[in-house]
Design a protein. Sequence first.
Length: 99
Amino acid sequence: MRAVVLGDEHTVYTFRLLGFEGRVVGESENILSVISELSLEEGVGAILITSNLVDRVREDFDKMRMKMRKPMLIEIPSFKEMRFKEVNYLAILRSVLGI
């Protein structure tokens, strides 16, 4: 199973250091299209998307999340947001990996 992180470059590159695949998504990109493309790829079991991207398309994202069985769509805070609140990334990773 593959897990792919979508977000800003700091978040994506940090998760890459942990062994995750990742894609930096710019302001002009359609995040829903990116998620749809990834969902069709073989072996993608989870897509972790930063909150700032989800906020751009919140209503459509929630609908997509309810309809899709695979891959799991998981909203995570970006490292930029981390400055404002404490985030337990280890708990998020354990949830994704099922441990």
